[in-house]
Each structure stands twice: as structure tokens, then as C-alpha cells.
Design a protein around this ligand. Structure first.
Ligand code: S3P
Length: 428
């Protein structure tokens, strides 16, 4: 995909459904009593992986329109042992959260994924799930997938997680639904809380206080109709593009602004971004708004600590936007970036440098310097996206603000979270 400099992006857009909520709606809908209708489901490759895994375990899941999905729940104890390996593709969320659920449900199975999944750390779930009495092992004994799960009874634990990860927290909570006593999970900083909100709506005995969540097993989960809001992580690319391309003025409709996800809005505002949240409302315990974004003269900022989990997937984009902001931007406490779909610290630094940006990578983030002058310091380059969707989309935004041509080598990878991304950005 060849990207050229653009003068302004303008117009209205609705981004596809939230990836995290779509995954959880399929997983939890599958183990509810009754039928759930999911509106605004994200038809990205990752969520389709989740859907296929649960179909493999006997759950009847059907489409009723392009983004409308009906899940016929089988109850907490109704999943069947799959005949084949459960294949999670590129999806860490499927691999980690589903593993917790299947340890609890006592489903004998093997869970695997693509090359990227086979490199991602799974000890972070193996350790707490084993403490609960689960039989879960890394088949090659390297702490990664493929994972083998056997049938055992679980007990509740009190777990102090070393990592602020919603995938780890959710994996434990899923297992906790099946344990014989209460479980609590604390994390060093609060990660996205969609699992907690959805479990609460479905009738689980769950209580969240600060960075700790407690779940008492035993309650039946009841199906809900779920309307999935637009994904703020997808909306972020348009926000970033509008902020750095002079003359831009866009409205993004129906975006989820759950406070555990919306750090990007605070950071862009802090950098001087003209961002307005309009028509705020709540649906299925999730906050939603329309977001207006206009071109702005930005300044650098410092990001670290508790805010990091609230914008973890947006950090590559923030680096790109910072390279068009006046002054210095420091991003720290984000070593998790190294174990995402790719090593996002190395790739962001390499690609931004190839475009002429001034970036110094660190073990837990990066430092970016820029004069913020226009014409931009950025120039087109061939981007090494490593088939990581967030790298491909972030550097598309960079390409729109750079002189010359930018080449995204694996544009198809955007279908992991946003299949229509290039069509939508071209429309604006
Ligand atoms: C996700 C949690 C995040 C995020 C990922 C989706 C989720 O990972 O990076 O894209 O749906 O729970 P961690 O919570 O493991 O950092």
C-alpha cells in the first residue's frame, strides 16, 4: 500500500466495534444460559478466531446481518471437548482469556496460534492458573504456545499480579467462575475492565475496588443483548491523523470511552489537541461518545505510570504523533510493548528513524524530539510492519503527514482489528 501526503482529512466516520468487548461477548455469551445478540460485533480476524474456537466446542454462533451475531449459550458446564487444536491465529486475547475459561471448565484441549503467538509469553497465565490447581503446560516447555490443558478441579486464589494486563486478569477471572472458593486479583495499575463490567451485567458475584477485583463463584450467568461500541484503539488512528494534518476536522461517531481505555484522549488533549467529546451516553455499562478532532499545533509530553495500560495499544501511534509535536516527548514504564504482536519498541524506533524522525528507544519506551515545523521533518520510507496491525496503521498515519511515498509492505495485516481501515481513511 502506497501512502502519500494529504492536505486535510474531513468528514464523519463510524469505526468498527471494540475488539476487546467483541472477544468477551463471544466467550462469555457461550457460557451463559440463554441466547445473546451482539450488535456491532468486530469482524476482525482475531475475533473470528475466538468465534471459531467456541464453535469447535459445540456452541452455535450465527450471523444475523453483517455485524450482528447471535450466540446460543450452553451454560458454564456445556462446552464440549474439541476434536481439533483450538487455533487462535494472531490473537493473544483469545489465547490467554480462553485458556483460563477452559482450565475452569475442565476441557481437555490444545491451544495454538501463528508464529507471533508462539513467541508471546504465556507463563503470566500458566503461573496463576496452576496456583488455582489447573493442569496447563507449555507443550515445548518454553513458556509459550502451544498450550495443553487437562481436566482438574480449581480452587480460589488471592493473586498479586506482577503485570498490569487485562488478558492475565481476565484469564484468572474466567477460571475463577469455576473454582470452589473466592478469587481476588490485584494488579500494579488498573488495566481495561470490560470483563468485570460484562460479568457484572450477566449476574456474576463480582466486585471491583481500585486495582483489585474479587469474584465469588456459583452464580449462573444469564445471556444479555450487547451493543458493542466503536473501538477507541481504531478511532485513535483518525484522531492522530486529524491532529497532525493541517486543515483537518473530523467527527468519529459512537466510540467507547471507558476510562480504562481512554488515556489517548487525555494525552492528545495534554499535547494541545483540539478534541471534543459530544453526546456522552452509557450502554451495557460502557461509556460512549462522538469525538470531534481538529488539526492542532501540538507540543511534546511525558507519559508513564498508571496511564500506560489505558493507552497501551496506542503507543506506536503516539510516537508518530509526537514526531510532529514541538519539543520532547518521553514515554516510559511501557516495557510490555516488547511482548505485543511484535517488539513494538524496536519497530517504532526503526521505522520512525527511517522516516527521518528523532527517536531514542529505551527498555521501557522511547524519547522523541521534534521541532514540529511544517513541512514535516518526516519523509516517506518503506515500513517494516512485521505484519503487526498496529504498526501498519500507525505508520500509515505517519505517511499521510510525510513528504514523498511511504510503503506499507503487509497492508492485509490491518484485518486483525480493522478490515476496512484503508477504505475508511481514503474516504476521509
Ligand atoms: C487486551 C488487552 C491488552 C491489549 C490487547 C487486548 C484485552 O493486552 O494490548 O490488544 O482485550 O484484554 P494486555 O492487557 O495483556 O496488556
Amino acid at each position: 500500500m502506497i501512502i502519500e501526503r494529504r492536505n486535510a482529512i474531513r468528514g464523519e466516520i463510524t469505526v468498527p466495534g471494540d475488539k476487546s468487548i467483541s472477544h468477551r461477548a463471544i466467550m462469555l455469551g457461550s457460557v451463559c444460559e440463554g441466547t445473546s445478540r451482539i450488535e456491532g460485533f468486530l469482524n476482525g480476524a482475531d475475533c473470528i478466531s475466538t468465534m471459531n474456537c467456541f464453535r469447535e466446542m459445540g456452541v452455535d454462533i450465527e450471523y444475523d446481518g453483517e455485524t450482528s451475531v447471535v450466540v446460543h449459550g450452553v451454560g458454564l458446564h456445556g462446552l464440549k471437548k474439541p476434536d481439533a487444536v483450538l487455533y487462535c491465529g494472531n490473537s493473544g486475547t483469545t489465547t490467554r482469556i480462553m485458556s483460563g475459561l477452559l482450565c475452569g471448565a475442565g476441557i481437555d484441549c490444545i491451544i495454538d496460534g501463528d508464529e507471533s503467538i508462539r513467541r508471546r509469553p504465556m507463563k503470566r497465565i500458566i503461573t496463576p492458573l496452576s496456583m488455582m490447581g489447573a493442569d496447563i503446560t507449555s507443550e515445548r516447555d518454553n513458556g509459550c504456545a502451544p498450550l495443553r490443558i487437562g481436566t482438574t478441579k480449581l480452587h480460589g486464589i488471592c493473586y498479586d499480579s506482577p503485570v498490569a494486563s487485562a488478558q492475565v486478569k481476565s484469564s484468572i477471572l474466567m477460571a475463577a467462575l469455576y473454582a470452589d472458593s473466592e478469587t481476588s486479583v490485584s494488579e500494579p495499575a488498573l488495566s481495561r475492565d470490560h470483563t468485570e463490567r460484562m460479568l457484572m451485567a450477566m449476574g456474576a458475584d463480582i466486585e471491583a475496588k481500585g486495582k483489585t477485583v474479587r469474584l465469588d463463584p456459583g452464580n449462573t450467568l444469564y445471556a444479555q443483548d450487547i451493543t458493542v461500541p466503536g473501538d477507541i484503539s481504531s478511532a485513535a488512528y483518525f484522531m492522530g491523523a486529524a491532529l497532525i494534518i493541517p486543515g483537518s476536522d473530523i467527527l468519529i461517531r459512537n466510540v467507547g470511552i471507558n476510562p480504562t481505555r481512554s488515556g489517548i484522549i487525555d494525552v492528545f488533549k495534554d499535547m494541545g489537541g483540539k478534541i471534543e467529546l459530544l453526546d456522552k451516553r452509557v450502554r451495557n455499562k460502557e461509556e460512549i461518545a462522538d469525538i470531534r478532532v481538529r488539526y492542532s499545533e501540538l507540543k511534546g509530553t511525558e507519559i508513564g505510570g498508571d496511564v500506560i495500560p489505558t493507552l497501551i495499544d496506542e503507543l506506536p501511534l503516539i510516537a508518530v504523533v509526537a514526531s510532529r509535536a514541538k519539543g520532547r516527548t518521553v514515554i516510559k514504564d511501557a516495557s510490555e510493548l516488547k511482548v505485543k504482536e511484535s517488539d513494538r519498541i524496536a519497530l517504532v524506533a526503526g521505522n520512525l528513524r527511517a522516516m527521518g524522525g528523532d527517536i531514542i528507544p529505551a527498555d521501557d519506551g522511547f524519547i522523541i524530539n521534534s521541532t514540529g515545523d511544517d513541512p514535516g521533518e518526516l519523509r516517506g520510507a518503506v515500513i517494516d510492519d512485521a505484519k503487526d496491525h498496529r504498526i501498519a496503521m500507525s505508520f500509515t498515519v505517519a505517511g499521510l503527514a510525510a513528504r514523498g511515498e511511504t510503503v506499507i509492505e503487509n497492508p492485509d495485516c490491518v484485518s486483525i482489528s480493522y478490515p476496512g481501515f484503508f477504505r475508511d481513511i481514503m474516504e476521509l
